[in-house]
Design a protein around this ligand. Structure first.
Ligand SMILES: NC(=O)c1ccc[n+]([C@@H]2O[C@H](COP(=O)([O-])OP(=O)(O)OC[C@H]3O[C@@H](n4cnc5c(N)ncnc54)[C@H](OP(=O)(O)O)[C@@H]3O)[C@@H](O)[C@H]2O)c1
Length: 253
């Protein structure tokens, strides 16, 4: 049996490097192709046991991305790329337009499974009601995020809206993982997931563990949920989200 083959967009990123370690330590290790934009990024990823491919998100068409997916016989896509804030035009080009081309590419190549790393509070703040579980702290955090990194939040919203709202034409098996602020601290293996308060940060290593858990749990297909640092083991936290269908994006885009 050939191993699951996973392409990671944003493959040289900090979350991606944890993803590579997690996916390689599974009982059935994945073959991993981190997609990067510079050849200088490949030796470090190869040293981790991955098979990096150089293909810039900004300059690649959906067809070119699909060709890579076909050539590698990809079985799953993880989107963990981002322009890192800053320039709004580049943010839109990577976090929105690049992500949408990647979704289109997956549909063209017939790769069904697509896990998106998004962020808490990505939602239509103007048109939709505030999440009913938000408290004063969440409201402050939301205002802070949209005030400081509005173009990033808009780009993520547009990408996630396309992933969910336009899936009729793509037919992807998507999951959206929406982490709180990311930290470089060591992972604890414990999180709080679903309809949670959004102030707590989460180590990148734990975000990677949640994404990997989603890949192994088909119940997460068609779900978008928040995840922050917490006290529940990753497997159990994801299981509870699935059981309660705790979607934090539905009706908010
Ligand atoms: N920071 C937070 O607190 C936060 C919170 C919630 C969610 N997120 C999301 O979590 C995800 C992972 O975060 P992270 O900390 O791992 O980010 P990161 O370390 O900045 O990784 C993002 C990756 O995207 C790559 N990228 C950017 N433009 C590209 C292009 N044109 N072609 C190919 N690759 C390109 C970057 O490559 P280069 O190194 O070449 O630029 C980088 O490796 C992102 O989607 C981010 O939006 C972040």
């Amino acid at each position: 049996m050939s191993p699951p083959t996973t392409l990671i967009y944003g493959g040289s990123g900090k979350v991606a490097q944890h993803l590579i370690r997690h996916l390689l330590s599974l009982p059935l290790p994945h073959k991993i192709h981190p997609i990067v934009r510079s050849a200088s990024q490949t030796p470090a990823l190869a040293a981790l046991g991955a098979h990096p491919i150089v293909q810039s998100i900004e300059t690649s068409s959906a067809e070119a991305m699909a060709a890579t997916m076909r050539a590698t016989r990809a079985t799953a896509i993880i989107w963990s790329a981002g322009a890192g804030g800053g320039d709004p035009a580049r943010t839109r080009a990577v976090d929105f337009e690049g992500a949408v081309r990647c979704m289109d590419a997956a549909a063209l190549a017939g790769v069904k499974r697509f896990v998106m790393v998004s962020a808490v509070d990505v939602r239509d703040r103007e048109g939709g009601a505030e999440p009913e579980w938000y408290d004063e702290g969440d409201r402050e955090r939301s205002a802070g995020m949209w005030g400081k990194i509005g173009p990033y939040m808009e780009a993520k919203l547009a990408a996630d809206r396309s992933l969910v709202g336009e899936n009729g034409r793509r037919g992807l098996e998507w999951t959206i993982v929406r982490p709180g602020g990311l930290s470089e601290e060591k992972g604890t293996g414990r999180v709080s997931a679903g309809k949670v308060h959004i102030q707590a940060r989460i180590p990148r290593e734990d975000v990677a563990a949640v994404v990997v858990e989603c890949l192994g749990n088909e119940g997460t297909v068609g779900l978008a949920f928040d995840v922050v640092g917490g006290e529940t083991g990753v497997k159990e936290a994801v299981r509870k989200v699935v059981e309660g269908r705790e979607d934090t994006f539905e009706g908010r885009y």
